[in-house]
Design a protein around this ligand. Structure first.
Ligand code: ZN
Length: 234
């Protein structure tokens, strides 16, 4: 079994009625629902308001892949918790950062750049597979459309990715490296741009397939004992 933990700041879904209508169980609940259909995945959800900010060390010890969604409350995640998540990733825990999580503390720690980008509300996006041999692109059409999505545009200040699996083109004229992979230590990292909270993006079957593929790809293949070789100790 691959043990997946979905972490969500869970703010907009609680506070804004229109977004609650889209995700009555929260974005984490929606992601859990479709991932739980996979017989090889065991899914746990946690939120920022839980004890230990939903990130107790014992949970991370039992997590193969951590999925992260945050937007307005990046700063509330403590530096200690962000460092701990980054450390687990370097040891071999997979990390999937969704949408506005490009600015989350653990990802910024792991990648070391500003992670800034261009932004505009209400657009529509066509996503192209730009690395068809990649496991995350398996079974995904060469391009597909999201009728409504927030625009994220270049320049996206990330380090050079291992692979650009998806590239987004927006009707408004911008392009974006929408699905990018990195390796840090033993950990595989996937950043995936779609998923603005106002739109039912995570109900889209192609998006669900991509996230499912990403979980299967990012799971740590390295034994825990080997992971410890890359732990920073003093
Ligand atoms: Zn957004």
């Amino acid at each position: 079994m691959i043990r997946v933990t979905v972490w969500n700041e869970n703010l907009h879904e609680r506070e804004i009625p229109e977004i609650k209508r889209v995700y009555p169980q929260g974005i984490h609940g929606c992601i859990k629902e479709f991932l739980s259909k996979e017989s090889n995945l065991e899914v746990t959800t946690v939120t920022l308001d839980m004890p230990g900010q939903g990130l107790p060390r014992e949970l991370l010890e039992k997590t193969d892949v951590l999925i992260w969604w945050s937007h307005a409350l990046h700063h509330e995640v403590t530096d200690e918790n962000a460092q701990m998540v980054a450390e687990f990733v370097r040891r071999g825990m997979g990390f999937i950062a969704l949408h506005s999580s490009h600015m989350c503390k653990p990802l910024r720690l792991l990648l070391g750049t500003t992670m800034t980008l261009k932004w505009k509300d209400d657009d529509s996006e066509r996503l192209f597979v730009t690395c068809p041999s990649h496991p995350i692109a398996k079974g995904i059409p060469e391009h597909f459309d999201l009728e409504n999505e927030e625009m994220y545009g270049e320049y996206f200040d990330i380090p050079k990715p291992d692979d650009v699996v998806f590239t987004g083109w927006f009707k408004g004229g911008y392009a974006f490296r929408s699905g990018v992979t990195f390796t840090r230590g033993n950990g595989k990292i996937f950043y995936f741009q779609p998923g603005h909270e106002s739109f039912p993006i995570y109900y889209n079957e192609t998006i669900q397939k991509i996230i499912t593929n990403a979980v299967n790809w990012a799971k740590g293949d390295v034994l825990l004992a080997e992971r410890d070789n890359v732990m920073v100790t003093d």
